[in-house]
Each structure stands twice: as C-alpha cells, then as structure tokens.
Design a protein around this ligand. Structure first.
Ligand code: ATP
Ligand code: MG
Length: 362
C-alpha cells in the first residue's frame, strides 16, 4: 500500500453506466474517507455513443495522452446499438484501452453472495468463491488466417491461435501469484490438449515449468469441457482458475452466471506492472432496456471499485467495502434491493444503503 494519491479516471460511458457510476464513485469516496486513502477522481465524457454522435468518433485522438498518467480507469459500460453499431462502439473504446494499455490480465471474482438466489441447487455462500484469470491479448483471438477457394465447394477458412512464451508466462505468473496469496493455494489450469494438439500442450508445458517455482501451489488441470461441467456440479473445488483468451472468456461468463446475477459481478482488466492504467468495470453492459428508470443495480459498479482498492493494496478498505455490500444483501430489504434481485428498490436506494453502511464504520 502506498501513501501517494490514487488517480482515477472516471468514464461512465453509456446507458446504465451513467446511472450506476455516481454510486460507484460515492462508495469509493466513502471508503476512502473511512480508511484515510487519498483518491482523486477526474471525469471524462468520451468512450460513449453520445460523444460519437457529436464528434464522429468514440474518443478524441489524444485519448491515450489524456489517460496514461492515471493509475486506474473506472469504467461504466459502453454501447447503444440503436445509435452506433456495437462493433464500432466497442472497438473504438474498451478494446482500445485493453490493447493499447496492455491490460493482459482479465480478472473476475465469482462469489456467491448472501441473499442472492443461486441457480445451482443447494449452494450457499462460501460454496462458490473463486477467481478466473483470463489471458486478454493473444491466443485464439488473433486475426491471422483467411479464406481459400472462396465461393467453391472446396472453400476453407482458417484462423490461427497465437501463443507466445512471453504472453503465456506472464498470465501464468499472475495466476500463480494470486493463488499463492489465497489460503487454499490452489490453481486450476483450463486446457484441451487432448484435442488441440499444438498450442494446448505448449500451454500445459509452460504451466508445469512454472509450477517448479511455486512448489507450495496445489495445481491441477482440467479439459475445458469437463471444467465447465464442474463449474455447475462442483464449484466448491475451485480457488483460482487460469485460461487462454477463449477458454477464459467462456469461463468468465459462466462463473458469474453460476453465482446468480450478472448485475452484481465485477471485472478488472489489469496491466500488473503498472506501466499503464488498469481498468475496473461491472460485468454487465449498458442495458438499454432499463435506462432512465432508476432500476439499474449499482452493485457490479461498486464491487468493481472494491477490486480497484484491492488491486492497489488497500486490502483492509477493500475487505470492508465487500463486507458492506454483503451485509446489505444479507438484510434483503425489498425496499432497498433492485427488481433484478426481487426487490422494489431503486439504483439510488441500493447505492445509498451501501454508502451509509460504509460510513457507519467511521
Ligand atoms: P453487452 O452488449 O455488453 O452484453 P447489454 O447492453 O446487452 O450489454 P447486459 O448488460 O449484457 O446488456 O445485460 C442484459 C440484460 O440484463 C439487460 O438488458 C438488463 O435487463 C439486465 N441487466 C444488466 N445489468 C443490469 C443491472 N446492473 N441492473 C439490472 N438489470 C441489469
Ligand atoms: Mg448483452
């Protein structure tokens, strides 16, 4: 933990991103006040479809210079498909951040919270509590490949997977370190080396090699097919799971789905070396269907702020914020919870309840 001021660029983006962001910032400010953390927020209106409508682009050409000196980007959501095609809005903002700021780790906690109805039978809080570490820059999502014999019945399409030693080792190191910091010291690697015969055995080999430097870690590997089945059947066996870009992508949607509602799940895109800002956001998108109704659940946004504090080493504050969210969920007051959780509350009621809960610790 450092004593310097944490500088956070606030980008609400589109749709409910703009509605949940104020509560994310308020809860972070409340936590910072209680735990005496210096945080400075600066707001930006770009990376939104409204900005695109005014300027013909999602971001100004100097966006990188404007953001690069921040420690973190706190991001709401992007996309208004009725105004701007999703590929334009996404590739013009969020995916640029990930790529240009080398946010090669995508991190998602999957934790069953009290008061949340779990779609898996018989699971209670504590049964599901694991982290997914996804490689975010290479792997299956390369654009190398092409078409041959197009338009004939010999037509073939090919797309390559790229795994570099640097790219694989850096994501594995992050995952081993995360597993080492957790009480169970358990790491699961997602593979498919029985079907994908070049890249996946390479991945497995790098996992085994790195395990030599982390003898205290209890390592196992599962093929992706059975791994997804275990997410549903035996989620309690997992602690930290690491996967390539594609496998991590699939797991990091399935994981939060197993814990109830995507509206409360957070996600971080991290540049671990701190050379560039890391980005913290809710898993959900802009949800145009509920915009302007004060119905959006702000917990995903607030929990993303909790990940931000944790990432920068403010562990006590981060733990307290997570506990505050848990206590509000546990009380399950219908007038506070938003309709997606079965309540009759509003964005404001739920946001305020969490903010008050944190301030009560002072
Ligand atoms: P994306 O394109 O990024 O997937 P989206 O705009 O399609 O985003 P999602 O965020 O994926 O929407 O959400 C799907 C649906 O879940 C929304 O249309 C909305 O009804 C509901 N939802 C999502 N987030 C929330 C939230 N924070 N509170 C309440 N309901 C939500
Ligand atoms: Mg969607």
């Amino acid at each position: 933990m450092s004593s310097k001021t944490l500088r956070v660029a606030v980008i609400p983006g589109d749709g409910i991103g703009t509605e949940v962001m104020p509560w994310g910032v308020k809860c972070l400010q409340a936590t910072a006040k209680v735990f005496n953390i210096a945080i400075e927020f600066e707001h930006f209106d770009f990376a939104s479809c409204e900005y695109y409508q005014k300027h013909g682009d999602m971001m100004p050409s100097n966006w990188k210079e404007q953001l690069i000196s921040f420690d973190a980007i706190y991001f709401g959501a992007v996309g208004m498909p009725n105004l701007v095609p999703d590929d334009v809005s996404l590739w013009g903002s969020l995916l640029k951040f990930r790529r240009e700021f080398d946010q090669y780790v995508n991190l998602r906690p999957c934790r069953l919270m009290p008061g949340v109805k779990c779609p898996l039978a018989g699971k209670k809080p504590g049964d599901i509590d694991f982290w997914i570490v996804r490689e975010n820059t290479e792997g299956e999502y390369s654009s190398i490949g092409g078409k041959m014999f197009e338009g004939t019945d010999r037509e073939v399409v090919i797309q390559e997977t790229v795994m570099s030693r640097v790219g694989v080792d850096r994501i594995l190191r992050y995952a081993f370190e995360l597993a080492k910091s957790r009480p169970r010291k358990r790491l699961t690697s997602a593979t498919k080396s029985n079907g994908i015969s070049i890249t996946m055995p390479y991945w497995d080999g790098r996992v085994s090699e790195m395990h030599k430097s982390y003898p205290e870690i209890n390592l196992d590997k599962y093929h992706i097919d059975i791994l997804t089945a275990h997410f549903v059947g035996r989620p309690e066996i997992f602690d930290v799971i690491v996967g390539s870009n594609l496998f991590g992508d699939i797991l990091s949607d399935l994981g939060p789905a197993c814990t109830g509602t995507i509206a409360i799940a957070p996600s971080a895109n991290i540049n671990p070396e701190g050379k560039f800002p890391s980005l913290f956001e809710p898993v959900h998108g802009s949800a145009p269907d509920i915009v302007g109704k004060n119905l959006a659940n702000p917990i995903g946004m607030i929990w993303a702020g909790q990940m931000l504090l944790q990432h920068f080493g403010y562990i006590e504050a981060a733990d307290a914020l997570l506990k505050a969210i848990e206590r509000i969920l546990e009380r399950s007051e219908a007038s506070v919870l938003t309709p997606d959780m079965g309540g009759t509350g509003t964005t404001q009621a739920l946001g305020e309840a969490i903010e008050r809960e944190i301030l009560s610790l002072a």
